[in-house]
Design a protein around this ligand. Structure first.
Ligand SMILES: CC(=O)SCCNC(=O)CCNC(=O)[C@H](O)C(C)(C)COP(=O)(O)OP(=O)(O)OC[C@H]1O[C@@H](n2cnc3c(N)ncnc32)[C@H](O)[C@@H]1OP(=O)(O)O
Length: 457
């Protein structure tokens, strides 16, 4: 169980600087936000080492991050957050005794039965004293991180999907997202537009972890800041630790060299599942399809590179709708022994699962959908001529409302071609009633419509 000990601890600190989601305002309501679960259990390591671990880890991370931010030229408008996080971590030392590191019950039991509290404490402390160089993290990455290259070398960044690097000066977002909505449906339209942006090099999706490369570190800090704003009930120290933890990976959306959002997850290669720790898109770019495309890139990468078959996450109550649209379910089908004791519990969240399809072209779903539409359309054309559009009927009326000329039903263009014949049951019945007075006519019409409704059920 030692391999899972890099879930790091942070004090449960609420934060007031919260950016509301433009169209899902409730998504940022703190009432429904998931929080690190208060630990009712005894901590798995002594409070003293726990305190040192929390403070040192946060400070180390933030010290590193600040210097990186400075070198990186302030790619992130939220760079204040880093120093704030570091200061907060120091200020929060009083809270350390109440800091929460939550494990599932079975995880606690397993830990006690195998490694014992002190073993975990030592390991956690070691990891956090120097999270960027501890070997055990790398070897763990080799074990659980799947195809990460060698265990000791830092994980390398992967450009996910097909994208060409490049910088765009100006773009018309509304055009991108709406131009082909008529022909392909909203989902496909957004996916296709974003795919085109990727192909043009204006947008890219990368998957990387803490590898010490300046540009990657700047992006990770940008992502950390987005998480801190969008997940206000998550302690910032906890966010920075997981984002910077080398057993976690982050798939990010990068536009004009700026992070738009991302997903941080931990692949458990031996268990073939991944745990999504954080997922967020920056406030003014939400509900434009980035979240969906991000998830599609994540699934493709997790399947093809990490060898995963499932994802699990504790979704915020308010984000459940988003996760459902990404194929997550509240029913957990994954066998418990594959995940129990591995993932972290959160308050106010719902455990959700997503099975990764072994064959779906996740980053090119829109092409697949377009081809399927095309195939169905061709089949319909084979079986019917409903695609033929006839010229309209001349219904010019005189002043009294009487048509200039009576149009016989059988003369309506296309009706016979569609298979209609005058002796058809519905037509004959209605014609029979049409010759009587208006009250009877109405009665017959009502009866006819009732019969129609009945027949359609
Ligand atoms: C494990 C966790 O981290 S849980 C916390 C999740 N993160 C948050 O709640 C932070 C705030 N929210 C966000 O950052 C973003 O809104 C995300 C990540 C939830 C979604 O990203 P977006 O780019 O907005 O998603 P995208 O535009 O692809 O929308 C996909 C669909 O989900 C819907 N959707 C997006 N957010 C939500 C939500 N919070 N609740 C319900 N539905 C949502 C969209 O309306 C869209 O529906 P449609 O396809 O029928 O039009």
């Amino acid at each position: 169980m030692d391999t899972h000990s890099s879930h790091l601890t942070a004090p449960n600190r609420s934060r007031s600087s919260q950016s509301p989601s433009p169209s899902h305002s409730s998504a940022t309501s703190s009432i429904h936000k998931r929080k690190l679960q208060p630990d009712d259990h005894a901590p798995p390591f002594p409070p003293s080492s726990f305190s040192a671990d929390t403070r040192d880890g946060a400070l180390t991370s933030n010290d590193d991050l600040e210097s990186i931010s400075a070198r990186g030229g302030g790619a992130d408008s939220d760079s204040d957050d880093d120093s704030e996080a570091a200061a907060a971590a120091a200020d929060d030392s009083d809270d350390d005794s109440s800091a929460m590191r939550t494990f599932t019950a079975s995880r606690l039991e397993n830990a006690a039965a195998t490694a014992g509290g002190s073993g975990r404490s030592t390991k956690l402390k070691t990891e956090n004293l120097n999270p960027t160089t501890v070997k055990i993290e790398s070897s763990e990455c080799g074990k659980d991180g799947g195809a990460q290259g060698s265990g000791t070398a830092g994980p390398t960044a992967t450009v996910v999907g097909s994208s060409v690097p490049g910088i765009v000066v100006k773009e018309d977002a509304s055009k991108i997202f709406t131009e082909n909505i008529q022909t392909s449906g909203a989902y496909s339209a957004r996916e296709e537009s974003l795919k085109r942006e990727e192909e043009a090099g204006r947008l890219k999706f990368v998957c990387l972890s803490n590898d010490g490369i300046d540009e990657h570190m700047v992006w990770l800090i940008g992502l950390k800041n987005i998480f801190a704003r969008q997940l206000p009930n998550m302690p910032k120290e906890y966010i920075v630790r997981l984002v910077m933890d080398r057993s976690h990976k982050s798939v990010m959306v990068i536009r004009r060299n700026q992070v738009v959002g991302g997903i941080t997850y931990r692949p458990y290669a031996s268990q073939k599942f991944g745990e999504i720790a954080f997922c967020a898109i920056t406030a003014d770019e939400q509900v434009k399809g980035y979240g969906t495309r991000l998830m599609n890139h994540l699934k493709q990468h997790a399947r093809d590179v990490d060898g995963l078959t499932h994802f699990l996450t504790y979704a915020d109550n308010n984000a459940v709708g988003y996760f459902i649209k990404q194929g997550f379910t509240k029913e957990i089908h994954l066998e418990k022994d594959r995940w129990q004791g591995y993932i972290k519990d959160y308050d106010g969240g719902i455990l959700m699962e997503c099975k990764i399809d072994p064959n779906l072209p996740y980053t090119d779903l829109s092409t697949m959908i377009r081809r399927q539409r095309q195939a169905i359309d061709e089949k319909i054309r084979e079986l019917s001529n409903c695609h033929i559009v006839y010229t309209g009927i001349d219904f010019q009326k005189k002043e009294a409302g009487i048509p200039k000329k009576t149009v016989k039903v059988e003369d309506i263009p296309g009706l016979r071609e569609a298979g209609w014949t005058p002796d058809q049951w519905g037509h004959s019945r209605f014609r029979a009633s049409a010759s009587t007075d208006s009250a009877t006519n109405q009665k017959h019409l009502t009866a006819f419509m009732r019969a129609l409704i009945k027949a359609s059920f």
